[in-house]
Design a protein around this ligand. Structure first.
Ligand code: ADP
Length: 323
């Protein structure tokens, strides 16, 4: 089972011919409203792929619309923190043929705290198999989650949107999932321009080094390369998994679908007892979960919007079987 600790947003998208000028009011040809937020998107993908999934997130008094997809997919929302004085996180997307502009108000997401993480009821025996974290919540939330679950659960971190991560925290991450930009930031180098550059950067780093974790370095690292697939770095070796070839309509949300599906795959790949040492994650299980995640992410780019309502385990299995 999977616990996602992260954000919930309500997204409103306006389709425009051009962006408005200062002081100007213009009319949108079309508007769409949908649930969003990286945490919610990832939890949705994990649940769609069949993982028992819970979401620890903070929402305001206006959350129903933002949560509808999650309710439908059976995400456990008993862990939600409801803050009546706050508004649910909101994003406004202005999309033109040439450009786009986004405004985000974190709202309740900014009020999720380390205390909420510590206070989450959980019998000691029932640590989630996988805990998935990203950066649309305060840094203290991510730190408290790592503190609580590292060593008991598989902790997966997607440091997006980018902000710096403390080396002590990185060393306790079981699976780090980054794009090229985030890899460059973490290693303090310019963004690797392509797959070969990313491979060299990984090889020169302590990330995914032989013998597991070392100072400031996560045990396993996945670098996502868009239509170039992913690199998987573990035990001092790097493997490449190609992306699935699909007709890409909208790549927004590919990373979130990837992460949610990866978490579901890692949870399903669990063997033996719960709460086992994270080192028990073997290369075969990680590779299988990552491959499944590339298939789920490919399906996410075939539809407009960050979420694919028809994502489901049988659809992913069919794509995998075709390859
Ligand atoms: P992010 O949006 O977080 O930067 P990426 O763009 O790297 O993430 O996408 C995450 C994953 O989604 C990729 O590793 C790949 O597996 C899949 N993906 C993204 N774009 C495409 C595409 N055009 N075709 C097929 N798969 C894609």
């Amino acid at each position: 089972d999977v616990l996602v600790v992260g954000s919930v947003n309500l997204d409103t998208g306006f389709v425009l011919d051009r962006l408005p000028r200062d002081g100007e009011t213009i009319e949108s040809r079309d508007a769409q409203r949908s649930g969003g937020g990286k945490g919610a998107n990832q939890a949705l993908a994990a649940a769609q792929l069949g993982a028992r999934t819970a979401l620890l997130a903070a929402v305001g008094r206006d959350a129903d619309e933002a949560l509808a997809d999650l309710v439908d997919a059976g995400v456990d929302l008993a862990t939600l923190v409801r803050i009546p004085d706050a508004l649910t996180g909101t994003a406004v997307l202005l999309v033109t043929p040439a450009d786009n502009a986004i405004v985000i108000a974190p709202g309740a997401n900014a009020l999720l705290s380390a205390d909420h993480v510590r206070a989450l009821d959980e019998p000691a025996a029932a640590a989630p198999r996988v805990v998935a974290l990203q950066h649309e919540v305060p840094a203290e939330v991510v730190a408290a989650a790592v503190e609580r679950w590292a060593g008991r659960s598989l902790v997966v971190l997607n440091p997006s949107p980018w902000r710096a991560v403390a080396p002590e925290l990185l060393a306790r991450i079981d699976v780090l999932v980054v794009n090229r930009l985030e890899l460059g930031e973490l290693l303090g180098i310019p963004e690797p321009a392509d797959r070969a550059a990313a491979e060299r950067a990984l090889a020169d780093s302590a990330f995914g080094a032989p013998g597991g974790s070392s100072a400031g370095a996560p045990r396993h690292v996945i670098v996502t390369l868009g239509s170039g697939g992913v690199l998987l770095r573990t035990g001092g070796a790097t493997a490449h998994l190609p992306a699935f070839e699909v007709d890409a309509v909208d790549t927004v949300g590919a990373g979130d679908a990837f992460l949610g599906a990866l978490a579901a795959g890692l949870a399903a790949g669990a063997s033996g007892s719960r709460g086992q040492d994270a080192a028990s994650l073997d290369l075969a299980a990680l590779t299988a979960a990552a491959r499944r995640a590339t298939a789920a992410a490919a399906l996410a780019v075939t539809v407009r919007g960050a979420r694919n309502p028809s994502l489901a385990a049988p659809v992913v299995d069919a794509l995998l079987a075709d390859a």
